[in-house]
Design a binder for this molecule. Sequence first.
Ligand SMILES: [Zn+2]
Ligand SMILES: [Zn+2]
Length: 512
Amino acid sequence: MALALLARFLWMPLVQLGAGASIASPEPEGLQEAERFLEKYGYLGSTHRGIRPAEFSEAVREFQWVSHLSLSGKLDASTVHQMNLPRCGVNDARSFAAWKERMDALLLGRRAEKKRRKRYSHQSGQWYKRHLTYRVVNWPWYLPQQQVRLAVKAAFELWSNVSSLVFWEATSDPADIRLTFFHGDHNDGTDNAFDGPGGALAHAFFPRRGEAHFDNDERWSLDSSKGRNLFVVVAHEIGHTLGLEHSPVRSALMSPYYKKLGKDFVLSWDDILAIQNLYGKPPWGSTVQLPGKLFARFHDWSQDIEGRERQEGNPSAHYCRSFFDAITIDLEGNLYIFKGGYFWTVSKGGNTTGPELLRTKWPGLPSTIDAAAFSEEDGKFYFFKGGRCWRYGPSLEAGFPQKCSSTGDLPRHPDAALYFQPLRHLVLFKGPKYYVVNEETFQVEPYYPRSLRDWGGVPAMANGALTHLDGFVYFFRNDGFWKFDPDKLQVVASGKWAPQLPWLGCQAVDPS
Ligand SMILES: [Zn+2]
Ligand SMILES: [Zn+2]
């Protein structure tokens, strides 16, 4: 079995290297994918009747312009990379024209603006009233309702602060604007079907349909550290429901690509210009601009978790009802489950203790972590957060934390870490790739990173992974688990971890 595995993990890199490098001159498959992308996002007409090379190259050039890439008109590596970034599902077809009109209005003055406003509202539509109601129809199971409503309210306020619009939350229908989470195909056309984690995150309809849809397969979050920031994506989709097209300005909230919440203003000058062109300035004249750092934490549950759970008298309740940040297992079979600034332990016998503060056992760790692994090789704990790493054996070793992302080419913000016995190394997972890491040097081993496809059936963006005492590797994402057979190199089972895996200590939890 070790031989088969080595063949898969160590030999295939050499074979596949050629395939990976060919992205620059795409094979028919990559070409078709690019055509589908360009058609979906409005750069190409229907691709059914075949496309002339000149047409294709012009579409690529237009896409490169909007994406701030060099205008080669060719499907080069950076263009393919850009096409695979998470983004809004609304197409970019009119974004250039709308932006040009905004610029003309700005540069040529009021006459041009009047003319433009007529044309613009004709194209994307606008609301004829200034007081609009909205409703959050559903939300991800793992996010608390109160915090989701707060984040959505703040997202609407971004726009009402800089325009004449006013928004009210409606608790029942009818509402002018409805926000709904869906999986996959949800009956608004196959082009709008959601595509699982990554890719299109959400889309919305222009006025006056009043619908914004969010991909339920994304991991949404209310704090900025991990997952897709719900506040940012909601604020962007609200822009569409109000009549705004995508902006080619890189810093704009209405830029089609997903942005992490920064410290700076959430709206850019171009967003403000666009909304004021449709609805005018706020009645009090000046606009109120809010910086991103105000919205970084809608869900600071770790502040009060200890008190709350003591009241509930159930220490394991919290991680069982929601996803966790990381998980690992030591030589004695004790599980460590990490969430926020806390961890729980579940012994081999199923005894759960915690929550305990991370820093009481591992002084020097940051307030939260991205990934953790215990190495069977050296008996040490490894932690990862952002671009840094920590090693405890058992106390923090000299020279740590290190900037592993710059010294060893490790990925920043890894999704999960695992000590993988057959390779006798740590493995880091990040998006569609995995990295085999040398624990001594914190260097990525030669021929890595490689595609997650090597791990037959393991999903991208796992929260954590471990090798259980039964010899299988378990991957966890949100409420789901995937059981991986290291002999077959295949996922052999999957399901919901809280009710189905008794060794996680969640079956004793009283659902009331
Ligand atoms: Zn959009
Ligand atoms: Zn939809």
